[in-house]
Design a protein around this ligand. Structure first.
Ligand code: NAD
Length: 429
């Protein structure tokens, strides 16, 4: 069995939790509470397809913990979605909202489907069906969904509309990632990627490295990677390689430009699924390499920002000695085996639930603005985002530096302590 076939993200999330629970000497009831989700919803979504036939899709919502506030987390549409992926992501959301210290818990949802093969009408039916199955269990005071892999502001708006029809009132704070002008926040599109680079900027400062002198390789060119690459370039860094999926060929490729990638040029040849047009890339001078080549580049910074389980026991040994920082844009891109290798190589790692917390932070700002019914300018949103990410980064790096521990461990220690304390103060355990 290959590494990716045997990979179970939930087992990995539990293993990470168990290790830190041990270090924090958490009592057994708190461990039992936090190593499994509070609640799970599994359900069917029957849809009438455009050709008149019926198909039944499988949907999930996992609510991991809401001791610090309503659950919060995205909804993914993915053909390989599994309940264990959703469980892991829900748990990571609990740690993520805690590490940036916003008053929310952790949840995640998904539907096993491939939006590439669904018309817009079929996708709308799927969104409305997902809400109909969950209308009593989600809401602004219970659980607040958002977009994630292959879901967009349009999907969120259909879901909001269905929720408001069922409940007979307006609940703009029910769901985030809505289109701007319809309850969405300015800056949300950029928030996760920009947040990734705000944490990288702070890391480079204390490592004494000038961002203008660095090069980077990215995995993925969807929402997170696009705006990471944009902000990284704006701050003076040179992106030289980007890998992404090719739907036609059912494989990934790495697109390389040794003299630096122009964000706008790459955006012009990328579709809405974050897939780069291979022929057009060739035409404008990109070198086309194997999909796995992004990790083998002689760069200072690696940004895995596509999928989980990408930096693993097979790929991590290929990381060059030039790499000084790995900043995790994706959720769960690195396995515990690979963590060991990264530690040995003395690479500074900025863990996923800290690095990519910009999205949920901006989602929280969206809720705040919806509740006030008053919206901030983009500059104001991004300024507040930068403040939150910078404070969160330093809380984690200060702990890591003083205790001489790995950054992922420090981030977990902060988050798990905060959530455990909330559970205790509520009298749950
Ligand atoms: P997206 O769907 O917009 O983009 C995904 C990208 O990954 C695409 O460019 C796709 O081509 C690429 N990809 C898919 N399979 C690949 C493969 N085998 N090799 C290389 N590239 C591949 O998704 P996104 O919103 O950018 O999310 C990416 C990751 O970040 C996910 O792990 C997601 O859970 C996480 N995340 C997203 C947000 C957010 O706000 N969007 C927030 C936090 C975390």
């Amino acid at each position: 069995m290959s590494v990716s076939e045997s990979f179970n993200p939930f087992k990995m999330a539990q293993q990470q939790f168990d290790d830190v629970a041990q270090k924090l000497s958490l009592d057994q009831p708190t461990r039992d509470l936090l190593r499994n989700p509070d609640r799970e919803h599994h359900f069917n979504i029957p849809i009438r397809m455009d050709d008149g036939s019926y198909r039944v899709f499988r949907g999930f919502r996992v609510q991991h913990n809401d001791a610090r506030g309503p659950c919060k987390g995205g909804i993914r549409f993915h053909p390989q979605e599994t309940i264990d992926t959703v469980r892991a992501l829900a748990m990571w959301m609990t740690w993520k909202t805690a590490v940036v210290d916003i008053p929310l818990g952790g949840g995640k949802g998904g539907v096993i489907c491939d939006p590439h093969n669904l018309s817009m009408r079929e996708q709308e039916a799927l969104c409305r069906g997902w809400i109909r199955q969950l209308a009593a269990n989600v809401g602004p005071l219970q659980d607040v969904p958002a977009p994630d892999v292959m879901t967009t502001g349009q999907h969120m708006l259909w879901m909001l509309d269905e929720y408001e029809r069922i409940h007979g009132a307006k609940y703009p704070g029910f769901i985030t990632g809505k289109p701007v002008g319809l309850g969405g926040s300015l800056g949300r599109t950029e928030a996760t990627g920009y947040g990734v680079i705000f944490t990288l900027r702070e890391a480079l400062k204390h490592l004494g490295i000038k961002i203008e002198n660095t090069t980077a390789a990215f995995q993925g060119f969807g929402n997170v990677s696009q705006y990471s690459l944009d902000m990284y370039s704006q701050l003076g860094g040179k992106a030289i390689a980007v890998s992404c999926w090719d739907q036609k060929e059912q494989k990934s490729y790495t697109y390389k430009k040794a003299d630096g990638i122009q964000f706008k040029h790459l955006m012009d040849i990328t579709n809405r699924f974050g897939e780069i047009d291979k022929q057009k890339a060739k035409d404008i001078g990109f070198e086309i390499l194997d999909g796995g080549a992004w990790i083998e580049q002689e760069v200072d910074i690696l940004v895995p920002a596509a999928l989980e389980n990408q930096v693993n026991a097979e790929t991590a040994p290929k990381i060059r000695n030039s790499v000084k920082v790995i900043v995790e844009g994706a959720n769960g891109p690195t396995t515990p085996d690979a963590d060991k290798i990264i530690k040995e190589k003395n690479i500074w790692l900025i863990p996923d639930f800290l690095a990519n917390a910009g999205g949920v932070t901006c989602s929280y700002f969206e809720q705040v603005q919806c509740n006030m019914n008053y919206f901030w300018t983009k500059e104001e949103v991004l300024k507040r985002l930068d403040e939150k990410m910078t404070v969160a980064y330093h809380a984690v790096s200060d702990l890591a530096l003083t205790r001489k521990i790995y950054m992922r461990e420090a981030a977990y220690m902060i988050s798990i302590s905060r959530v455990a304390e909330a559970c205790k103060m509520r009298g749950w355990v």
